[in-house]
Design a protein around this ligand. Structure first.
Ligand code: FEO
Length: 396
């Protein structure tokens, strides 16, 4: 489509995917995405940093032709997932003299996933450097953001960090750089929730490692770039911290209205306490929105009817995904109704076993909620408010 110059001799050569609506057959992409890839021309050598999704291979090649690139010495693979490495086999064939620069684990993955010849690979370790003449690439190992092989590449002379997925956003935009953080904030938060949140602790360590770098620009592999990098670094510091907000998230499903009545009654009682409430009817919810709301919420309340002998499958799925993405919530519980019993509450508690939450007493009632049930929900709201006060996130 086009190429863009970041600084002299460093170019964006990626592709914008305006119409993609699903990633990993799971993650909704309401605003599309981009596969950012880069070209760095040194005085002696030329390097590519990552490639693009294989569906955008043609655009990638056109961008290389536009820039008149005839020879490439290195192809840096920060991450082996195919939205960045899927065009690597083509690039390796197009530039047969290029070495493929990878971490040890990444070598294994590009060989097994992409059938790259192992002898084409140069394995780099943490803080290794590669000279392109007047430009130097430094590699920083960053395992588990979000695969085990990931590394970041830092272009020393131009102070540009290429962190691949880290600090990215699924956002198709013609703006190369973030001009107004409010325009990218939600996409970046949602992306963090979906991709990075399970690795909050690892990201803490990686952010300590990059703290000693002088970074003038962050050029991730999805979404717009940051120049200066402070807005996204500040947000990540907040998201990976242990701090939570005075928010209760309530993912729920309701078959005949009883559970929804309970959710709305609880929501009202929580609002009366001054707590922000985010209910999500799972028959209508975009899971990315639910994930984003979990980034900094203090409490999770699952609302479910009993379907046969257990939770409604939509709620079980939400609990499974919540457990996978490991939000830093501090409290959780279950509310809902049943007709003839079952193991709903026990099943959901087990499904949240990766969370470090205190489980509050559930409110699980037979049939439609009567006035006694509604009083129990108000007592639950009191209990949640008390917990939020103790945590210092709800003022008296
Ligand atoms: Fe954007 Fe993990 O790939």
């Amino acid at each position: 489509m086009t190429v863009r110059e970041l600084v002299p001799d460093v170019y964006w050569i990626g592709a914008i995917d305006w119409n993609r609506r699903l990633f990993d057959s799971l993650i909704p992409l309401p605003e599309g995405t981009s596969y950012n890839a880069y070209l760095v021309k040194g005085s002696e050598k030329t390097a590519l940093i990552d490639t693009v999704d294989p569906t955008k291979e043609f655009e990638y090649v056109c961008n290389l032709i536009r820039l008149g690139v005839e020879k490439v010495d290195y192809i840096i693979v920060n991450h082996a997932e195919q939205d960045h490495s899927g065009s690597l086999p083509m690039a390796a064939e197009l530039f047969p003299g290029a070495s493929i620069v990878v971490s040890e684990k990444c070598k294994d993955l590009v060989v097994s996933l992409l059938e790259i010849a192992p002898e084409r690979c140069i394995v780099v370790k943490d803080r290794d450097t590669l000279s392109l003449g007047n430009k130097t690439l430094e590699f920083i190992m960053a395992p588990w953001v979000h695969w085990p092989e990931t590394m970041l590449t830092y272009l020393r002379e131009d102070k540009i960090l290429f962190p691949c997925d880290l600090f990215g956003s699924h956002l198709a935009t013609s703006d190369l750089f973030v001009n107004d953080m409010t325009e990218v904030f939600h996409a970046a938060k949602r992306y963090y929730a979906e991709i990075m949140m399970p690795f909050r602790m690892q990201i803490r360590e990686h952010m300590k490692k990059i703290a000693d770098l002088e970074i003038g620009m962050i050029a991730p592999s999805h979404g717009p770039l940051y120049r200066p990098p402070d807005p996204i670094l500040t947000l990540y510091k907040e998201w990976i911290s242990d701090e939570v907000k005075n928010v209760v998230v309530i993912p729920y499903a309701s078959m005949h209205g009883s559970t929804e009545k309970m959710v709305l009654h609880l929501a009202g009682a929580l609002i009366d306490h001054g707590i922000t409430v985010k209910p999500f009817d799972l028959t209508k919810t975009d899971l990315g929105e639910l994930a984003a709301s979990l980034v900094d919420s203090a409490t999770i309340v699952l609302g479910t009817p009993t379907l046969l002998f257990g939770p409604h499958p939509l709620v079980a799925n939400a609990a499974f995904i919540t457990n996978l993405i490991r939000p830093k919530a501090k409290f959780a519980t279950v509310i809902g109704s049943y007709g003839w019993g079952g193991k709903t509450v026990e099943s959901l508690k087990v499904m949240l076993n990766h969370l470090s939450v205190e489980i509050l007493d559930p409110v699980y009632v037979k049939g439609a909620p009567d006035s006694a049930s509604l009083r129990k929900l108000e007592a639950l709201a009191d209990r949640i408010a008390g917990k939020h006060r103790e945590a210092g996130i709800l003022k008296e």
